[in-house]
Design a protein around this ligand. Sequence first.
Ligand SMILES: Nc1ncnc2c1ncn2[C@@H]1O[C@H](COP(=O)(O)OP(=O)(O)OP(=O)(O)O)[C@@H](O)[C@H]1O
Length: 664
Amino acid sequence: MEMNQFGSRQALLDSLAGGKSIPLGMAIPTRQRIARSQQRSEQEYCLDPAGVAQERVLTAGSLAELKEREERFLRIATPGLSWLHQQIGGLGYCTLLTDRTGATIDRRAAPRYEREFETHGLRVGACWSEQDQGTCGIGTALVDCAPLLVHETEHFLVRNHGISCSAVPLFGPCEEILGVLNTTAISANTNRSCQAVAYNLSLLTASRIEQAIFFEENASNWVIRLSVHPENWTPDDSILLAFDEEGRVLCMSRQLKHQLPTPYGDLRIEGLLDVTAERLLNFAHTNPGVPITIPCVLGVSSVHAQIRAPRKAVRVSQSKGTHTPAEVPSSNGTVAPDFGGLAVADQKLLESISRIKLLANNRIPILLLGETGAGKERFARAIHDYSVRRDKPFIAINCAAIPDALIESELFGYKEGAFTGARVKGNAGKIAQANGGTLFLDEIGDMPLALQTRLLRVLAEGEIVALGASAPERVDVSVICATHRDLPAMVRDKLFREDLFYRLNAATFRIPALRERSDVPEVIRTVFAEEATSANRRLALSPDTELRLLRYRWPGNVRELRNVLRYAIAVCTTNLVEPRHLPEAFGQALSADPPARRRPFHHAESEDCKDAERTAMINALTQCGWKATAACRRLGMSRSTFYRKLKEHCIVPSTPRVHGDHKD
Ligand SMILES: Nc1ncnc2c1ncn2[C@@H]1O[C@H](COP(=O)(O)OP(=O)(O)OP(=O)(O)O)[C@@H](O)[C@H]1O
C-alpha cells in the first residue's frame, strides 16, 4: 500500500475516533479568545461598554429579503432548530439561527419567556455581529470561526451582562460559514459550567444541521456514512463521504478534511477503505438501506457504513419498496428529484432540464431567459449543484443592482491602492471568488459595454486582470447568465457586443412565466409544502384556496406565489389555509381582473401604461424617502426589476441613496 494511502486511511480512523487536530479557533483558550474580542470591541469597533446605543434590528423589508436569500439554509436548518428548542426551550433557553453576518433569521422561545427575551434583543431581525454588540456568543464565534460560550459579564456591552450564550457556527461542505446556531439563557445567575449542557446540545444540533446540509448538497451523489460505533450513528461520531459511480470522492466531512495529509483532489473510495466503489455500489443495489462493515487499513481495523443512493437512483429501487421516506420524490412527480429540488412537472421545462444536465459539465456558458421571479437564479443554482463543481463556490451577481462605476471592481477586483478609497489589501473580485466554481451573472443585459469586452476575455482566455494589476490571473469559472432583455435587439442597437452575445447564446433556455406553465398546481403544492416545513407547521390548503391561487395570473411568478403563501401561512392559526388567509390585495386583484385580461404591472406595453408606471415609481420613491428597498416593496417589484425600470424611465435619484441603501 502506498504511503499516502496509508496516511489517508489512518486519517479516517483518527477523525472517527474524535480527531487529533482541533479547528484553528478552538485551539486558542476561551479566556484568550474573549480577551482578544474585548480588545477588538474597544479598539477596532470603538464601542462604549456602558453606551446606550440603539441595537441594530433589520427592517421588515430587509428581513424579508434576507429570508428569501437564505431560504434554502433556513429550510434545512429549521428541523434542527426546532429539535433543540424542544430539548431546552422549557428550561428558559431561547434558540436563534443567524445568517453568516449575525443577523437573526429565526428564533424559538417558550411563550412564557418571550417578552423577557425580546427585552434582551433576542428577536428575529436583531444583528448580533461583534461590530454591533462587541464580545458576544454569535459575533465572536463568527470572527473566530469556532464555537464559543460567552457567559454574562464576559459580554462587552453592559446591557448584555444578564445573558449567557452558546454559539456554534454552521459550515457548508466547502467549509464556508452559513450562519450560527445559538442558545441563550437569561439571568442564569450561576457559574459558567452550568451552561455546559446547552453548549453541548448546541454542538450536537449544529453537527446534525451540517449533515443535513451535506446530504442536501450531495443529493445527486452517493453518500456513505462511516462510524466506528455500529450501534450509534450520532453526527458527532460519524463521517460522511460523497462519491460518484467511479468511486471518486467529491466531498467529505470537515473533520476528515482536516486530518488528511494532502488535499483530496484525486482521492478515491479505495484510498480510504479496503473496498472498491463497484463492490460498495453492488452491495447498495442488492441490499438497500442495510448497514455494512468494511475493513480499513489492511483489515486491521474496520468501520461501519450506511450507504445512501443518489436521489435519481431511488426510482430504480422504488419497485423493491426499499427506499426511506426522505429519499422518495413526491408521488405526483412534481419535483425534479435530482435537480435542486425544483418544482417542475411542465413537460417543456423537464425537457430543458434534461438538456441542461448534458451541458452542465461541458464548460459551455448557459443563458437563462425569463421574467422576474420565474426562477432563473434557482435554476442557475440547480445547474451548479448538479455539476462536478458543486462543492466549489457559486457566486451570483446582479449587474442591474450595482452602479456602473462599481461593477468593474466588484467583478474583477482591485489591487492595493488601485484607486482612492480602495481597501489597503485590495479586494478579490467576484470572478476570482468563483474560481473553480460557477459565476452567475444576473441581468447580463445591464452590463456596461466596456466591461462586456473584459468579460469576453474571461470567457475566451480564462484570464482576469484586476484593477491596478500588471499581469492577468488565470481563472476557471463556469458562467451562467440571465436576462429578461431582448439581447438580439440590443445587439442590433449596438448596446450589446455581438461577439459576446454569440458566446453566451450557445445554450439558451427560457424559463417560462408561471402563468404559461402546465404544472401550476404542482408548483403551488410544492412551494406550499416548502413554506409550511420552513414555518414548522403541518398545514393543508383548502380546495377553495387552491382554486383561487390557480385562477390568478402571477405577474410576479414563483416569487410572488411564495410570498403569498408565506403570508397566508403566517396569518393562519388553524391547520387549514383558507381564502380568508390570503393577502387582501391578492383578493382584490383577483376580483377586479379576470385572468384573460389581466396584465402584470411590469409588462405594461402602451405609452399610457409606461407613463403611469414612471409616475408610480416616482411617487413610491418620494414617499419612501428615495430608499430603494422600501420603494420596491411598495411597488411589489424585485430589486433587479426596480433598477432596470429606473434606467428605462431615466429616473435619476434626488440623492445617491437609491443605489446605496442596501443596509436599510
Ligand atoms: N421551480 C421552482 N420551485 C420552487 N421555488 C421556485 C422555483 N422557481 C422559483 N422559485 C422561487 O421563486 C423565488 C424567485 O426565484 P429566482 O430568484 O430564482 O427568480 P429570478 O427569475 O432569478 O428573479 P429575478 O429576475 O427577479 O432575479 C425564489 O424564492 C425561488 O425559491
